[in-house]
Design a protein around this ligand. Structure first.
Ligand code: NAD
Length: 679
């Protein structure tokens, strides 16, 4: 067997042979609950060896027992000792070491772990209950070391948080390639994945957590704003230049992404009541000014809502308690709710994402840690009750949409097949629409509008102001209603105080809008008017994600069960030289339910970056539009025809011929009759 000394000598980039001081942890700061531990004794040995392989053997005597205890107490080995002391935050670019792109990547990693932003910062969870930057603090340190020394001729490969190494490439290739949670088909299920995670070989990247492009709750505010305002337009006839004044949106969750709901409904000038069981998250949002008031009385919440609806003013009201109690009150008291949704972490209901009724948040954590079977039972009971209440409220006229948190799938898994369209399984979808089916898909994604974003890496608010103005100058508000919404959004962005963490902006844009803005920013960097910018997007986009219950839920040609679009998007972005390219399993809906990817692109002002932007940014979106077009989505067909005209001679999309419904219907009907097949 090769000696550990030879191994240490065989590496020049490695963790130091020094035991770090055990860092102090702030009492009361959010901590992840114990994760499910189902490893056999042999697998536990492997898990321990896996964690120890990051550190020199001299340190094993101290670290092995510590790691063992972490695994038993927390269900994972986080390597807490390797966490740097204090808060970690995205600092200005020049405070990092390395080439510009690598420094930009470090800003993003640290921003994802900021106490202000991260859900469970000590456990490297950025958002979504389990979405992590990487698996442990040894990986964090090692990734940093690689980034500090990498050149423009190298690519860092990161597999589920593990930095595999630096490999030669070129300045027009990605600097970092990231994959998270990808499993072989037969093991692609939560149980096997959970074992792999406990063994330290698989990370849940969620979307921008493991893709290192999270920008705090702002990232989701624009999408949430688009969703609620368009829900109002769709169901209540609100005109394009009107807002949600006088309308009530009731929902739940004030966590990572869900925390955007109050802010978004208020920007749309509507009233929101948002249920949240964890008081600390309410306090965070209240301190940020993202909710205006909070109460633990449903009566007071509805009374305040009415007052603001009558005044026609926006208001975000948090209800401290279980969403099921809030809805029960609404049913009992016959309260009118216009828009109804839910944003608890139902993609992981049994891992703490959904709190059962009749217990506090602390009691939920206690039961989750100590009596998992009972916890599962209580979650299932609550989900079924939740379903019954939504059914009553929609019966009275509320418009309910699933908010991409797999709520309806969770209700089905809890044992309520009634929620399925066909009454027995999820193969034909669920009885209520997802927000993508009704709103995001046809009104935004099919045109290519999606959550484009950027971070001013200098950390300077004046850079953000300059980019806001530059972006605004690229949008023609008279082209489509969506453009008008986006133009107003960026005009008011600073006033709406959306920044948490780094100086970032979210702005929905279509393919060419994104490219034009990107080129404009790069020009500003070139002229020295602003510092470097990290460009990116949420994975939750037109082309980045295959997820049949969410992003691709408005794809009806049967291909919503495939994951080739997200994979092609990833490969295409890598081939075209985006700085950082990521591909993940799971995302916001859970392991095996989606494949999703994203990118980060550092704008350094160079001609090289202009070239990469021109070929990669349109691709990143148009892969989705062209696939949606092929699924016969009308707006995507229109957008693809227009694209073929604009890019005549360079790009070309295949457009589908549309068959006559009657011709197909009659033929299939006759054939089924003739061959005695059941409908
Ligand atoms: P999160 O875990 O940070 O927040 C969820 C919040 O719900 C937590 O604060 C939790 O305390 C609260 N909660 C849980 N059960 C509750 C209950 N019964 N009553 C009241 N509050 C309860 O997760 P997140 O990042 O906010 O994401 C939430 C979900 O939304 C995820 O499943 C995510 O995938 C999904 N999602 C959101 C969007 C979006 O556009 N906002 C898009 C896609 C998916």
């Amino acid at each position: 067997m090769i000696s550990n000394q030879s191994i240490a000598e065989g590496m020049t980039i490695k963790l130091d042979n020094v035991l770090p001081e055990y860092p102090e942890f702030i009492e009361g700061l959010r901590r992840a609950p114990k994760r499910e531990f189902t490893l056999t004794q042999k697998q536990t040995e492997t898990a321990l060896k896996n964690a120890l392989r990051y550190v020199p053997e001299e340190l094993h005597d101290v670290l092995a027992p510590e790691f063992m205890e972490e695994l038993m107490e927390h269900g994972r080995i986080y390597g807490y000792r390797f966490r740097p002391e204090g808060n970690i935050a995205g600092k200005p670019l020049e405070e990092y070491k390395g080439i510009t792109e690598a420094k930009g990547v470090q800003v993003m990693i640290d921003n994802n772990l900021d106490f202000e932003i991260s859900l469970y910062p000590y456990e490297l969870v950025t958002y979504g209950e389990t979405g992590r930057v990487c698996q442990n603090w040894m990986q964090y340190r090692l990734i940093k070391k690689y980034l500090e020394v990498m050149t423009q001729d190298q690519t860092l490969v990161v597999m589920s948080g593990h930095p595999l190494g630096l490999f030669r490439s070129s300045p027009e290739a990605p600097r970092v390639l990231i994959t998270n949670g990808l499993m072989i088909g037969m093991y692609d299920n939560p149980e096997d994945w959970n074992k792999a995670a406990a063994m330290g070989v698989s990370n849940y990247g969620q979307m921008t957590a493991g893709g290192w492009m999270y920008i705090g709750p702002q990232g989701i505010v624009h999408g949430t704003f688009n969703t609620v305002i368009n829900a109002g337009r769709l169901k209540y006839g609100i005109k394009n230049d009107e807002d949600l004044a006088g309308f009530l949106f009731v929902t739940s969750g004030l966590g990572g992404m869900s925390g955007a709901q109050g802010k978004a409904v208020k920007i749309a000038n509507g009233v929101g009541i948002i249920a949240e069981v964890d008081e600390s998250r309410i306090v965070t949002r209240h301190d940020q000014g993202w909710v205006d008031s909070y109460t633990d009385s449903p009566e007071k919440a509805f009374a305040e809502a009415k007052e603001y609806m009558e005044k026609g003013e926006g208001r975000a009201i948090a209800f401290h308690g279980n969403v099921v109690d809030l809805l029960q009150y609404a049913v009992d008291k016959n309260e009118t709710i216009h828009l109804l949704s839910d944003q608890t972490s139902c993609h992981v209901p049994y891992d703490g994402g959904y709190c059962p009724q009749g217990m506090t948040f602390e009691e939920r954590t206690e039961m989750l840690n100590n009596d998992k079977p009972q916890f599962v039972e209580r979650v299932n009971q609550t989900l079924k009750k939740h379903y019954e209440l939504v059914k009553i409220l929609t019966g009275k006229g509320s418009y309910f949409f699933d908010y991409g948190n797999a709520f309806m799938k969770a209700v089905y898994d809890a044992g309520q097949p009634e929620i399925c369209k066909n009454g027995f399984d999820e193969s034909e979808g669920f009885i209520w629409p997802s927000y993508v089916e009704d709103i995001m898909g046809p009104m935004l994604f099919d045109y290519g509008y999606g959550p484009f974003r950027w971070v001013c890496l200098s950390g300077k608010p004046e850079d953000l102001r300059a980019t806001d103005a530059a972006a605004m100058s690229c949008i023609d508000p008279n082209r489509r209603p969506q453009d008008r919404d986006n133009w107003v959004w960026v005009r008011d962005a600073e006033k709406n105080q959306l920044v948490v963490g780094t100086q970032a902006r979210i702005l929905y844009q279509d393919a060419l809008g994104r490219m034009n803005i990107a080129l404009k920013f790069n020009e500003l960097v070139r002229k020295g008017e602003i510092g470097p910018v990290m460009l990116g997007r949420d994975h939750h986009d037109t082309g980045g994600t295959d997820s049949p219950f969410r992003e691709t839920s408005n794809i009806y040609d049967g291909s919503n069960v495939t994951s080739e679009m997200a994979t092609q998007c990833f490969a295409g972005n890598a081939a075209r030289g985006m700085t950082m390219v990521a591909l993940h399993n799971g995302g916001g809906v859970g392991i095996s339910k989606s494949i999703n990817g994203g990118f980060g692109m550092v704008l350094d002002g160079s001609e090289r970056v202009d070239r990469i932007l021109r070929r990669s940014v349109p691709w990143d979106t148009m892969v989705g539009v062209s696939r949606r077009n092929w699924a016969r989505n009308e707006h995507a067909i229109e957008t693809s025809i227009e694209y073929n005209q604009i890019y005549d001679g360079t790009d070309h999309i295949t457009i589908p011929y549309v068959a006559n419904e009657n011709l197909v219907g009659d033929l299939v009907n006759d054939a089924f009759k003739k061959y005695g097949l059941k409908k």
